[in-house]
Design a protein around this ligand. Sequence first.
Ligand SMILES: C[C@@](CO)(OP(=O)(O)O)[C@H](O)COP(=O)(O)OP(=O)(O)OC[C@H]1O[C@@H](n2ccc(N)nc2=O)[C@H](O)[C@@H]1O
Ligand SMILES: Nc1ncnc2c1ncn2[C@@H]1O[C@H](COP(=O)(O)OP(=O)(O)O)[C@@H](O)[C@H]1O
Length: 282
Amino acid sequence: MQERLTLPAPAKLNLFLHILGRRPDGYHELQTLFQFLDHGDELQFALREDGVIHLRSDIPGVPHDSNLIVRAARKLQEASGTRLGADIWLDKRLPMGGGIGGGSSDAATTLLGLDRLWNLQWDEDRLAALGLTLGADVPVFVRGRAAFAEGVGEKLTPVELEEPWFLVVAPQVFVSTAEVFSDPELTRDTPPIKVRSLLGVDGRNDCQPVVEKRYPDVRNALILLNKFTSARLTGTGACVFGSFPNRGDADKVRRQLPATLPSFVAQGRNISMLHRKLQGLA
Ligand SMILES: C[C@@](CO)(OP(=O)(O)O)[C@H](O)COP(=O)(O)OP(=O)(O)OC[C@H]1O[C@@H](n2ccc(N)nc2=O)[C@H](O)[C@@H]1O
Ligand SMILES: Nc1ncnc2c1ncn2[C@@H]1O[C@H](COP(=O)(O)OP(=O)(O)O)[C@@H](O)[C@H]1O
């Protein structure tokens, strides 16, 4: 069998998310703090000489050509002018549309994986800029360092954070990011903070009140998790999370949740597991 390059696509959390205002193009200016989780999807890549990009794993509800993996691969192919292609396999482990960035992370892993497979040697700035055309959260996954993000999430300042354990609960509802951002009740005037005052920040997610109002399952998950620790929404949801000093404490709370509520425990990391793996291969 042809050799395959196997790479992880980790999840992220928004440890806080502040909305500062709305830009003339309708997008919202944010300040948010991204940290990676040691839990994610897994992708495999094998070289094709005929230029075809073929994702060989189906995600229900996502057509082949709209999958962010295929879109990322085709963009890189076109921008680099390579004649090479790839077969790609995806082991989807992250809940979709959960605010933990699975699709964006898959796209970033595809960019970095194919850059290596096709020997393009693009630098990180170029890959991040291409990633931004696929989604606001792609650049942070390309760079792989926990970061304070501004703009729509593309202006990144790397930060060193504690690396606690997180219990992430995934209510089984699909939250529409567009709906949350168009809700008239959304807070859009949080004053900007400076990166140096990060430690004093209270960790609020400005999307949370709107999501709680529209999605009772998310509100109920927050109420449940708040019985054990301070719980918060990530991104525009639907996932909610709480932090713990060690894995044992997080697992203990997880065991007390209803079996019908999907959840996982993972450590927060300042260097993404994708970048740790790539450094090991270098
Ligand atoms: C808010 C975050 C935080 O991580 O949410 P999650 O997707 O992780 O939940 C992201 O930046 C989401 O970025 P991204 O994933 O690119 O957003 P999209 O789904 O493309 O956005 C859908 C719609 O939401 C609105 N939108 C999105 C991002 C933003 N900063 N301002 C907006 O107003 C726009 O109307 C946009 O058309
Ligand atoms: N490889 C992929 N993985 C997940 N979702 C994808 C992928 N490709 C396209 N999508 C689409 O992107 C949407 C958002 O996915 P995801 O990144 O998991 O959520 P979020 O941005 O809320 O963290 C999905 O509902 C799906 O329609």
